[in-house]
Design a protein around this ligand. Structure first.
Ligand code: GUN
Ligand code: ZN
Length: 426
């Protein structure tokens, strides 16, 4: 049976960084027709009601219907250590992250956190995410299993580390290759699941491990490859010491076959001109993690400059280095970080980044991240007056962007009225 969702409908015909706010389409009394897991039609409510009289109607009133949020960089195993106090990147990894990731040797714990994380993501309107796991292959099985049970489109991969990590969290070049390959063969392309080759970052991988994973990627080029790049200056100095032959941080990946379209680099804050040029040429994606970059004290991502030079950019929470599961909070942080660099991002740009921008960064912009006929029916319904503080700020809104911006800046999971995944309300 078809479902007809009524509300204010927000979609995009292009990238608002290129086209301005006119890239967004807003239907004040709009509708989205969903059938068989896909969006069949969208347009004015009256027209769609007349055209599809048999459809089951859900009227969301003045709430905003959008593509579900796409979180392009998360560590689901860090769900329970979100908001851990007082450390910068390397100490934060050693003190909080690695001990927590050790617990994933127990598949029952991995299962508990995978279930908890997917529930939290959906409660925050996030319908797709691209996640790291731990070095334990079962931690990949558990997150894919949890997403499969909810029919979510997700990306996940086994985190590979063969040095500079504690005993119990290290694999080898060969076992990383073998385990990643087995997981890829098991899960990639099953239902809405995609495997992503995942060396954690250069400090925790030997050149041999990076080369082995580069070789795996050559065998399976339709997979994505995710890692971290130039997040903190101390980290960059460490990489220089570990890879004296490399021209820069990016070169540690490039030299091993890990720079191409489909490479997803988290953070990418402190980049050299050569790195920027090579990232652009290769068609790789950069993922902005603004709540993490302020929380861990990493730095200010150059959104305006990187978009102007044509880089492909997605947006992400970086759970649990980031301080929120909410892509609304993440948009707010992206706005504030851009302000600190002298640019006020328009709400259309922020919303695009959290939906279609992230989807494109994962090479899935034709499947998710927008409302258009034929696309997968992953939707979020956002209450634009979800708290008294937001409601009073929107009362005088003169246009849709003034109505949306207070929710971007002040909203969280209380603003999520409904989340639809694969054409079904969750
Ligand atoms: N760099 C390497 N691993 C991590 C991680 O887990 N979180 C963040 N924020 N940066 C990293
Ligand atoms: Zn990360």
């Amino acid at each position: 049976m078809a479902d007809l969702l009524l509300g204010q409908v927000l979609s995009f015909t292009g990238d608002p960084f290129l086209m301005g706010p006119e890239a967004a389409r807003h239907e004040s009394h709009g509708a989205v027709l969903v059938e068989g897991g896909r969006i069949r039609a969208t347009g004015p409510a009256d027209a769609l009601r007349a055209a599809y009289p048999q459809a089951r109607v859900t009227d969301y009133g003045r709430a905003l219907i959008s593509a579900g949020f796409v979180d392009a960089h998360v560590h689901y195993p860090q769900t329970a250590i979100i908001a851990s106090w007082g450390k910068r990147l390397i100490d934060w990894l050693n003190l909080y992250t690695f001990p927590e990731e050790m617990r994933f040797a127990d598949p029952a714990y991995a299962e508990e956190i995978a279930t908890r994380y997917t529930g939290l993501a959906l409660a925050h309107g996030t319908t797709s995410f691209c996640t790291y796991s731990t070095i334990h292959p079962a931690s990949v099985d558990t997150i894919f299993g949890a997403a499969q049970a909810r029919n979510m489109r997700i990306w996940a991969g086994k985190t590979c580390m063969d040095r500079n990590a504690p005993e119990g969290l290290r694999d080898t070049a060969q076992s990383a290759y073998d385990d990643s390959r087995a997981l890829l063969e098991k899960w990639h392309g099953v239902d809405r699941l995609s495997y992503v080759i995942t060396p954690r970052f250069s400090p925790t991988s030997t050149p041999e491990q990076l080369a082995a994973l580069g070789g795996l990627w050559r065998e399976y080029p339709d997979c994505l490859m995710q890692t971290h790049l130039s997040e903190q200056t101390d980290e960059i100095d460490w990489v220089k010491g570990l890879f004296p032959q490399s021209r820069d941080y990016l070169d540690t990946y490039e030299a091993q076959g890990l720079l191409a379209e489909g490479a997803i680099f988290g953070h990418a804050i402190h980049l050299t001109p050569r790195e920027r040029a090579r990232l652009k040429e290769s068609g790789a994606s950069l993922i902005h993690c603004p709540t993490s970059n302020t929380f861990i004290g990493s730095g200010l991502f150059d959104m305006a400059g990187l978009k102007a030079e044509g880089q492909r950019i997605g947006l992400a929470t970086d759970t649990g280095g980031g301080s929120s599961f909410s892509m609304l909070r993440t948009m707010a942080a992206a706005y504030e970080v851009a302000q600190l660099r002298g640019t006020a991002l328009h709400p259309s740009q922020l919303w695009w980044l959290a939906t279609q921008g992230s989807a494109q960064s994962l090479r899935a912009g034709h499947l998710i991240g927008n409302i258009a006929p034929g696309m997968e029916a992953d939707l979020v319904v956002v209450d634009l007056a979800s708290t008294p503080a937001i409601e009073q700020a929107t009362r005088r809104a003169g246009d849709i962007w003034q109505a949306i911006f207070p929710t971007i800046m002040l909203g969280d999971d209380r603003a999520i009225r409904a989340t639809w995944v694969g054409g079904k309300a969750t």
